[in-house]
Ligand binder design. Structure first.
Ligand code: ZN
Length: 237
């Protein structure tokens, strides 16, 4: 926690990183082939947010009507537009690279060369197979290669990739790979521990199980660093 205080109170030379350019450059022509990428149509962003909201609302209204609901009821009338806005402006706004958080890097002037762990980052996302939430804690770590990042940016990055229809494996890898790109190091670890409503509230109705996924890059593939990270995270806490 000492690191956190030092970071926020010392004026440092800033370096702004445009994550969207970095990621697209890195993935290059293999953009589509990469299993880490969210499958998107070529025309994904031809429509504005407002056009998408206007187009989604009647479809959601149709689903409700087919289910037998009477949309003339006061309580239901506003739901189609409300859901459409929520999808585009909130739950799935991370589909659009224009909404990527800006990443600011600092020189690692303190010569802090051990791992930095940001644990218990809350995240909420939606399963792309059922469009119901899964949520839990993300734990991320990196070892500086000479650059450090504002701690809140780690939360913002987790949030950004969560605001998409997701599968937990892909979400974990997208965060890990984005951090590697931003921080210019392979030495990144991510662990996500989540509850899936598609498992607990329907289907097998198991509400005691959690799903854990991990990403270990660079030095975190070494047993010693991996164990140190897992010890800090201690997901049974
Ligand atoms: Zn599901």
């Amino acid at each position: 926690m000492k690191q956190k205080e030092t970071l926020s109170t010392t004026p440092l030379k800033e370096q702004h990183i445009d994550l969207s350019n970095l990621l697209i450059e890195e993935m290059g022509d293999e953009h589509k082939a990469s299993s880490v990428e969210t499958p998107l149509r070529a025309d994904a962003f031809d429509k504005t947010d407002e056009e998408k909201i206007a187009a989604i609302a009647p479809h959601f209204k149709a689903i409700m009507e087919i289910l037998g609901m009477d949309l003339r009821d006061d309580s239901l009338r506003g739901t189609p537009l409300r859901v459409a806005k929520m999808y585009v402006k909130e739950l799935f706004q991370g589909l659009n690279p224009a909404n990527m958080p800006s990443m600011t890097l600092f020189e690692n002037k303190f010569q802090y060369n051990e791992m930095l762990v940001e644990k218990n980052i809350n995240f909420y996302t939606n399963c792309e197979h059922h469009f119901v939430p899964f949520f839990g804690k993300a734990h991320v770590a990196y070892i500086s290669s000479g650059k450090v990042i504002g701690l809140s940016k780690l939360n913002r990055l987790v949030e950004y990739f969560s605001k998409r229809p997701q599968v937990q494996e892909r979400l974990t890898m997208q965060i890990g790979k984005a951090l590697q790109t931003v921080l210019q190091t392979q030495d990144v670890a991510v662990m996500m521990d989540a509850k899936h409503l598609c498992v607990s509230s329907r289907g097998v109705k198991d509400d005691s199980s959690n799903t854990i996924t991990s990403f270990f890059g660079g030095k975190f593939q070494e047993e010693k660093k991996k164990m140190e990270f897992l010890k800090y995270v201690d997901i049974n806490e």
